[in-house]
Design a protein around this ligand. Structure first.
Ligand code: KMH
Ligand code: ZN
Length: 275
């Protein structure tokens, strides 16, 4: 039998704006309501960024605390906080959510293992900064999701493992299709899977129009997928998704069409070795 498929909802991001879609959740309550609907639609995890009340990207610990509490008051979906934040943030800013402990601690945190062009800007991740974030994730007792915008970032994870900063096998997220980085093509996905350290798990996040088709590419290959307004705002050509939940519902349908049932949070915990 095919393994359950972990669907992650990247709900907010740092780049999507309310001018692009009125359905972007911004407040803790809006995020929590959409997260609960995502869970009902088949998401096991949310990838979380937060915003200030006027919609600016932020990595403020208190904004994360409020969002995490609001989500957990409504649903058991796993919460993976971003440490990428927005282009141009300092490492201390980016690590705001890693200061949350006890009941407010996230379930997982992202770790990007290299620098890339990011649209017209640069998502800056030199080795010392990556090591710093990796240490903070470990200190909080979390497993990272290794965000790979290029194949070399998988090799860099092996290097971090040699340094004792990341444990292998690990969980990877291939983000394909950001302008200026590796684009979403099936043969790229095959090469990334072939490049993984043994027994590692993976998710693919196709950006823009690649998002929903790449749920199917992942389903066919036994992997997992990320959808949501961080990476794509359309449920079909020219039609805005009415919330993250609508993208998750579409992804769940595509997963099932390939014999993959969406994983529950508990199944995701086991599959991704979150303990
Ligand atoms: N907003 C991007 C610059 C992550 O969340 O870890 C980085 C990002 C990655 O979204
Ligand atoms: Zn993100």
């Amino acid at each position: 039998m095919s393994p359950p498929m972990v669907l992650t909802a990247a709900m907010v991001g740092a780049e999507t704006t309310r001018a692009q879609t009125p359905h972007l959740p911004i407040t803790a309550e809006e995020i929590a309501e959409d997260a609960a609907r995502c869970r009902e639609a088949g998401a096991a995890m949310v990838h979380l960024h937060v915003r200030t009340p006027d919609g600016k990207p932020s990595q403020d610990a208190e904004l994360f605390r409020a969002a995490i509490r609001a989500i957990r008051a409504r649903t058991d979906v796993l919460i993976q906080t971003s440490t990428g934040g927005a282009v141009g943030m300092t490492v201390d800013e980016r690590c705001g959510p890693l200061t949350l402990t006890g009941a407010d601690r996230p379930d997982m945190a992202t770790l990007t293992t290299g620098t890339v062009n990011f649209g017209e800007e640069v998502f800056w991740n030199p080795r010392p900064l990556v090591r710093d974030i990796a240490r903070r994730i470990r200190a909080l007792g979390l497993r990272p999701e290794l965000e790979c915008f290029d194949v070399g970032m998988i090799d860099e994870a092996r290097y971090l493992a040699k340094e004792g900063l990341v444990e292998l096998p690990a969980h990877f997220d291939f983000v394909l299709g950001v302008p200026g980085t590796l684009q979403a093509r099936p043969e790229v996905l095959d090469f990334m899977i072939a490049s993984l350290p043994e027994a590692s798990t993976w998710t693919v996040a196709g950006v823009g129009r690649f998002q929903l088709p790449f749920v199917e590419e992942a389903a066919k290959r036994g992997g997992n997928a990320r959808v949501g307004l961080e990476d794509n705002i359309y449920v079909s050509k020219g039609v805005l998704a009415k919330g993250n939940w609508e993208l998750v519902a579409d992804a769940a349908k595509r997963a099932r069409a390939h014999g993959r049932e969406p994983a529950t949070p508990q199944q995701a915990r086991e599959l991704l070795r979150l303990g």
